[in-house]
Design a protein around this ligand. Structure first.
Ligand code: MN
Length: 456
């Protein structure tokens, strides 16, 4: 039987390198702002492997999913089909439990200062691990959850974790708190990006994120049990930190979030790390907060969730996009071919329900390019009437990140904008004019030599 090639961070880096989408930097780089500064300056470029980090023997990779095309590559599909991939993910092969794996190559005590954990932004509370997937079991149900959380370094053994209230890790923490126990955690750093994108997918409570990862990768994900623990982790992770979360021990943390603004200061639980499992020459993965990589890893799974939710109510919805201007989190555009005039409003309500952080939802017709902000404004300018197409919802729970929301009550106003053409006016009044054959013209056949370089 032919064995499927292993998919891990290293195989993905190889894929990127073959496509000319990986830059290696050999110059020594400081973890204090310099690494983050370089990541910022290289945004939109290929992924970057920093091979020489001041103060750490590990290499650092960043920008793996810095474009929608690379997100598609990570999920083994074209970026137009990403959401179909999510819809099918739960049907994929089951994760395969193995006895051994590269992550067990080296097991030792951990000193966090040995890890290349960068200090990213001026006012962050400290150095942050940003690509970390935290695995924990609910002490009562024994269900294992995996989700992405930032971790701030307090000292050589302790991290403070941002565990968003009401999400699944918080559910495990609250159960531990109520039963007076501590929570065992395994923190994976440096995995194939499909695993990160599975952990960022807000599946219903009880769904195994590793099953989603398996489905997204198109083959069984190999997992291994951590020594001295009942947690399982991807067996090809670059490193895994094993530790204990104490629900009663809290420390302050705050850092730059998806909106590129600073999150407010909160007391969050502390994790004490005991052991590190690692591969030989492990590669550390850093995600620059608010970068395209951060936003795509978080928002593409949420787009899938919105699309599935809205399609339940309005099957004619074709696509959804969380816009870059809306920080890939607060503003969605829905594309549909409506049959009835009321459908866009149903789509607005479903989208707001599917992704509670949403603040603004546009609905546009099927002929609008939802990746183009000008096309969305065109729909608004030519197809929207505020007295009929505007939905305003006051005092709803929204994203805690939005600094314009009611900071005391944590509420926000939400709007939906139906920018689809009304069915009561014939479609040809809205149709954008076309010149027949315009796309077939080969310009270089017509232009003088000196102008050829100007046009494609
Ligand atoms: Mn979960």
């Amino acid at each position: 039987m032919k064995r499927e090639p292993v998919k891990d961070l290293r195989s993905f880096l190889l894929q990127l390198e073959e496509r000319g989408e990986l830059i290696r930097i050999q110059k020594k780089v400081s973890l204090k702002y310099e690494l983050a500064g370089l990541e910022k300056r290289l945004e939109g470029a290929p992924a970057v492997l920093f091979e020489n980090i001041d103060g750490s023997s590990m290499a650092v990779v960043s920008g793996l999913c810095g474009s929608r095309e690379r997100v598609g590559l990570a999920l083994n599909t074209s970026f137009e089909s990403i959401h179909e991939r999510y819809a099918q993910a739960h049907l994929g092969a089951k994760p395969q439990l193995t006895k051994d794996g590269p992550v067990l190559e080296k097991i030792g005590n951990v000193k966090l200062s040995d890890l290349p954990i960068p200090l990213h932004f001026e006012k962050d509370a400290g150095p942050y691990i940003t690509s970390s997937i935290i695995f924990a079991r609910n002490p009562k149900s024994n269900y294992q959850n995996g989700s992405v959380h930032r971790l701030c370094v307090l000292d050589n053994k302790r991290l403070v974790v941002r565990a968003v209230e009401g999400r699944h890790l918080d559910n495990c923490i609250q159960t531990a708190k109520n039963t007076g126990t501590e929570l065992d955690v395994a923190i994976a750093i440096g995995v194939h990006p499909a695993i990160l994108m599975a952990a960022a997918y807000q599946a219903p409570l009880g769904t195994d994120e590793m099953q989603i990862a398996s489905g997204l990768m198109g083959g069984p994900l190999s997992i291994v049990k951590c020594p001295g623990s009942n947690l399982v982790v991807p067996s090809h992770a670059e490193m895994v930190l094993l530790g204990t979360l104490d629900p009663e021990q809290l420390e302050e943390e705050y850092m730059t979030e998806m909106l590129a603004t600073y999150d407010y200061k909160r007391l969050q639980p502390v994790i004490t790390v005991r052991k590190i499992l690692q591969r030989k020459h492990p590669i550390y993965h850093d995600i620059l907060p608010a970068s395209r990589e951060h936003r795509f890893i978080m928002s593409v799974p949420v787009e899938s969730k919105i699309l599935a939710g809205v399609r339940n109510t309005v099957p004619s919805v074709e696509d959804v996009r969380l816009t870059e201007g809306g920080c890939n989190w607060l503003v969605a555009v829905i594309k549909m071919k409506k049959k009835y005039d009321g459908e866009p409003k149903n789509a607005i309500l479903s989208a707001l329900t599917a992704h509670p952080s949403l603040k603004i939802v546009y609905v546009v017709d099927h002929d609008i390019d939802i990746s183009d902000p000008n096309a969305i404004e065109f729909a608004l300018a030519t197809r929207f009437q505020a007295d009929d197409g505007l939905v305003v919802i006051q005092g709803a729970k929204g994203s805690s990140l939005d600094p314009s929301s009611n900071q005391a009550k944590r509420t926000t106003s939400k709007i939906g904008i139906d920018a689809t053409a009304t069915l009561s006016i014939p479609w040809d009044r809205f149709e954008t004019a076309k010149i027949p054959g315009v796309d077939q013209i080969i310009l270089k056949n017509y232009l003088p030599k000196e102008a050829k370089g100007l046009f494609q």
